[in-house]
Design a protein around this ligand. Sequence first.
Ligand code: CO
Length: 135
Amino acid sequence: MTVPGARLEHVGIAVESVDAARRFYEEGLGLAFGGEEVLAERGLKLAFFDAGGVKIELLEGLGDDPISKFVAKRGPGIHHLCFRVDDVAEAVASLRAEGYEFLTEAPYEGAHGAHVIFMKPASTFGVLVELLQEK
Ligand code: CO
């Protein structure tokens, strides 16, 4: 079994400050800024850039959240890879049947109202993988 429609959607990068890091991606590399979003209930500030078919997602933790813990422990850097899929519930069922594990039981609402879920890095060869179904 495979996951229909799977393709790289964005690379998630944990930063101390979205505003500071934005200078590099927008003014340094010249990538088009794709907007910011604050997910208050998850304590995250996000910013998106178009890197040519794939996005860069900057993630800044606003307090007691996994990104702040990640940055405190390991410093800023690459945090996750996100793959867009046609049907995230179907992808989860299919991958679970193959023995892959997820951080939560079910998908939930992420940025832009998309449905997302993260896989356990121990079951994906050390990479935190996010699956995303667009709204
Ligand atoms: Co992401």
